[in-house]
Design a protein around this ligand. Structure first.
Ligand code: PCA
Length: 214
């Protein structure tokens, strides 16, 4: 059995739901075979979210950690390639904190690449008939904060653990009157299952072009 920790986020920014926790809950209710899966809902709060993640990693001792968040406005599932060592919040987090240009980890490297075969994961989601892409930035809000913290934990304390970050579009019910792209949560959950299965069995990533011109 592969031990997997799957995290989603609480709602933020005035939303009533967060598709990341909704999709993670669906996967947790029917986990893929061969997985010993733990799911945790993280606070959308700088610092606190990382403490919750670290505690969950201690408790579950996972082989693989997949953190999931909402990226409202994106039209497809995005697997994040790089985490940067900066908190620069455009809006306050759920505790009212709004760090500007602060490091996630003081003295840490500027960035980490995801310890995950991101291109193989994107290919697997597409093969399931669900739109997906590699993303070159997870932003500078709480998701990037958690992603960087996870990558730092792996780099400094858990060398055999692997992990990454996946952003989901809005769920349809969030945008009924807004004309924004959305993806049903059941499809997002299917995508997460495909990513978990691929991450478990893939050691060398695919060499296919998934870059961005700008
Ligand atoms: N999305 C935010 C934080 C929590 C979430 O689900 C982000 O992309 O930073």
């Amino acid at each position: 059995m592969t031990r997997v920790l799957l995290t989603g986020f609480e709602p933020f920014g005035g939303e009533e739901t967060n598709p990341s926790w909704a999709a993670v809950s669906l996967v947790a209710a029917a986990p893929p075979p061969g997985l010993d899966l733990t799911s945790v809902r993280l606070s959308c709060v700088f610092g606190t979210a990382l403490e919750e993640l670290a505690a969950a990693v201690e408790a579950a001792d996972p082989d693989l950690v997949l953190c999931v968040g909402q990226a409202g406005g994106r039209p497809q599932i995005t697997v994040e390639r790089v985490a940067v060592n900066v908190d620069d919040a455009r809006i306050p987090d759920n505790a009212g904190r709004q760090p500007i240009d602060e490091p996630v980890v003081a003295g840490g490297p500027a960035a980490y690449f995801a310890p995950l075969p991101v291109k193989a994961c994107v290919a697997a989601v597409r093969a399931a008939g669900i739109p997906a892409a590699v993303s070159q930035t997870a932003g500078t809000f709480v998701c990037n904060h958690v992603f960087y913290g996870l990558a730092h934990l792996i780099a400094t304390r858990r060398p055999t653990m692997r992990g990454g970050f996946v952003h989901l579009p809005y769920a349809p019910e969030q945008v009924v009157d807004r004309g924004e792209p959305s993806l049903p949560v059941a499809m997002a959950a299917e995508a997460l299952r495909a990513i978990l299965a691929t991450a478990m069995r893939t050691r060398t990533d695919l060499r296919i072009a998934e870059g961005a011109t700008h």
